[in-house]
Design a protein around this ligand. Structure first.
Ligand SMILES: Cc1cc2nc3c(=O)[nH]c(=O)nc-3n(C[C@H](O)[C@H](O)[C@H](O)COP(=O)(O)OP(=O)(O)OC[C@H]3O[C@@H](n4cnc5c(N)ncnc54)[C@H](O)[C@@H]3O)c2cc1C
Length: 388
């Protein structure tokens, strides 16, 4: 087989890159190790920045998002038992859209199927070859048969545990990492959200987040110890803990119900640089991870592939400047989002090792934030997404 761009991974980064390249007339094949149903079953992000929405529109996958996505003008910060609002629209003129990653993935999959582009699901043993030459190739096994796919470029969109970053020689890549000493226990339920704007709560029992997927579906989280197992948490135990971390004004509006999904995610900050090795380009979680507190993971992945699609289109028009500059441009934005996500996580979570002094510092920072329009603007600017 031959294609122009071999994309490894059919998460949001791989699917969006495939759609943007197709729009630019660039042939591509996606290799995904899981089944389509498995990819669609993963419950993850839910807040889209305007840049992400614009890229989905450009790819031709934005129609349902505009019909069904919920536009949020602000978000809510809870501390000291009181709710405060950050007015995103008033401070920046920009908004965010609540639309689940599952729905983004479904729309991109449908678009890809309609445009007849090849996606190989359940591709096993994907391996990358001759990345440092001008004729890289990818091998994989499908239904027991070994297949060779020749290409001009490989796009590593295969997430944190993928094969792409691992294929780069250790002396050609540098990694930076911070692992947080807690996780998030998330619960999805078909109950009306406690607030149509996302609520972030700093509480002495630990952080809580009230998010949503639609007017009838809620996604809630509580900070939990890293070694907790999801089986330890009955739905009732979750609801009791979540309610305890909300201010009274929200707790009294909380509607509970059976969980559709419940899982624990660890929190990590991670960056690998550069995001290129020869003809391999990394994008999305393959190159960087943020703790989900700032809702940046999916948006960063979209930003990366927006830049990469542009750079590859320039290459086929005769200029290598874009691909040569891709890693620098992407990383400049990635590090700023890493900083914001780390800062927001640090300000909102309980760090027992920081003691009562650390907790007071958080409250002082939150009080200062709510008294300063300048600081609110800085937070809002980062939350709605920095320019590409
Ligand atoms: C549990 C969880 C909760 C999250 N919650 C949030 C949130 O609330 N807000 C937020 O902004 N972000 C969140 N994120 C982050 C966000 O979901 C990711 O940033 C986003 O999915 C990145 O997209 P991606 O396409 O780069 O990677 P992924 O979505 O990870 O996609 C990578 C794809 O590559 C495939 N793959 C992996 N290895 C191989 C291989 N060897 N061969 C072929 N295919 C392979 C995988 O199966 C997968 O389909 C969450 C992430 C996780 C894990």
């Amino acid at each position: 087989m031959r294609t122009q761009v071999a994309i490894v991974g059919a998460g949001p980064a791989g699917l969006l890159l495939g759609a943007l390249l197709a729009k630019a007339g660039i042939d591509n094949v996606i290799l995904e190790q899981r089944s389509g149903a498995y990819v669609l079953g993963r419950i993850r992000a839910g807040v889209l920045e305007q840049i992400c929405v614009d890229l989905l529109d450009e790819a031709g996958a934005g129609a349902r998002l505009h019909r069904e996505g919920l536009v949020d003008d602000g978000f809510v910060l809870v501390f000291g038992g009181q709710a405060h609002r950050i007015d995103l629209a008033g401070l920046t003129g920009k908004r965010v859209v609540v639309y689940g990653q599952t729905e983004v993935t479904r729309d991109l999959m449908d678009l890809r199927a309609a445009s007849g582009l090849t996606t190989v699901y359940e591709a096993e043993d994907v391996a990358l070859h001759e990345l440092d030459g001008s004729r890289p190739w990818v091998s994989y096994r499908k239904d027991g048969v070994l297949v060779r796919l020749d290409c001009d470029f490989v796009a590593g969109c295969d997430g944190f545990h993928g094969v792409s970053r691992a294929s780069i020689p250790k002396d050609r890549i540098e990694t930076f990492e911070k692992v947080y000493p807690f996780g998030w226990l998330g619960l999805l339920a078909d109950v009306p959200p406690v607030s149509h704007e996302i609520v972030y709560a700093n509480h002495e029992r630990g952080f809580a987040l009230a998010s949503l997927r639609s007017p009838t579906r809620s996604r809630y989280y509580v900070q939990c110890p890293l070694d907790d197992k999801v089986e330890q948490w009955s739905d009732d135990a979750f609801w009791a803990e979540f309610r305890a971390r909300l201010p009274a004004s929200l707790a009294e509006r909380l509607v509970t119900g059976p969980s559709i999904e419940k899982s624990i995610a660890p929190l990590r900050s991670f960056v690998a640089e550069p995001m290129r090795y020869g003809r391999l380009f990394l994008a999305g979680d393959a190159a960087h991870i943020v703790p989900p507190t700032g809702a940046k993971g999916l948006n960063l992945a979209a930003g990366d592939v927006g830049l990469l699609a542009q750079a590859m289109a320039e290459f086929y028009r005769g200029s290598e400047a874009g691909i040569d500059d891709y890693s620098r441009r992407a990383l400049a934005r990635v590090w700023k989002a890493e900083r914001f996500s780390w800062w927001f996580t640090t300000m909102m979570h309980k760090f027992p090792e920081n003691g009562p002094f650390g907790a007071r510092m958080q409250l002082a920072e939150l009080e200062y934030l709510m008294s300063s329009r300048a600081m609110q603007t800085a937070v809002a600017e980062n939350y709605v997404g920095l320019p590409l």
